[in-house]
Ligand binder design. Sequence first.
Ligand code: XIL
Length: 373
Amino acid sequence: MNLIDRRALLLGAAAAFGGRGTPALAKTEASPVGSAHDGLNAQARARGLFYGSAIDQNMLANDPAYMDHVARECGMLVSEYSMKWGTLRPTPTTFDFSAGDKLLAFARKHGIPMRGHTLAWHMDNPPWLVSDLKPGNAEKILTKHAQTVVKHFKNRLVHWDVVNEVLWSKDGKPGGMRDSLWYRALGDRYIDIAFHTCAEADPTALRCINDYGLDYALPDDERKRHDMLNLLAALLKRGVPVQALGVQGHITAGNVPFDPRVMEQFINDVTSMGLKVLLTEVDVRDNDLPADLAPRDAGVAAAGAAYLDAVLKNPHVIGVLTWGLSDRRSWLNDELPRADHLPQRALPLDTELQRKPLWSAMAASFQKAPQRT
Ligand code: XIL
């Protein structure tokens, strides 16, 4: 039995890796709002999948009701930003794990596996990194960061998003690579460095490459799917230890051409390389929908159902996370607000922490998904 299978058994988070194993560890504390046995993760686990959500330290510190629902609904957690450079690295010589450790303590208190996000990204970097990173020092800086961070969380995180959003064809670089600070310093070799360092620092964490814009029958998405398949093949060919593709799944309800056959084919192309797939940041933007709640919630649920139905058909898809659990907190309201500035209704629970049609649609998608062995 390899390290990953043993860790999954130990953590009782078999679904975390899409492998066999013991049922998940009983959650150490049922949430006051109801049993974890009726949450979205319970629906997912019944088919050998997991469901989870991004959480953040502000919610943890200030909204116990939200976190009670997280404990009820989730079987996987990821930090929205406390494990990114911007939080972890106040200076070139210091690391601040305090926020990440608090979130991880919550996860372990409730017996919920947690995934790491992310070791190299073009955003949310501290000013000193942006100004100091050079071709001559970048490998040392990235290796030190990845080594220190992955070892700090060793045996306590089940996945890592090792690199995030590395493709952006509009930058005109070979292979559609994003012209990020990492690319400018190291070329695409930064991906190799990050993955090898992560594998050495914690061999048991599932190593993922994570990206968005892979979803629609649109020229940009088609180009990114093409570039991602080529990148994954090239990484595997040169021995980079990538194990899974994280498809962020920031989708849109309304005027977008979603073709399930295109998505199914892409997921099949990825898993045919021997890689697992997971949906890592699902939310359903409702910018194109009317203000009235009923049609908005119905449109969001329909888009979520069509997307999950298509993706979950492939038995090598191991789970789904949403980028937040409740409309009470969504990055979409900061970054992609509606024209009428109404809060988006992009997530499974509403602002009052009540289950919405999207919750039911996701539960139904889990129930119809092929059983994972
Ligand atoms: C976002 C967070 O939600 C925001 O709070 C933060 O200000 C910026 O980053 N894709 C990703 C996530 O991989 O890390 C991003 O999270 C959303 C897009």
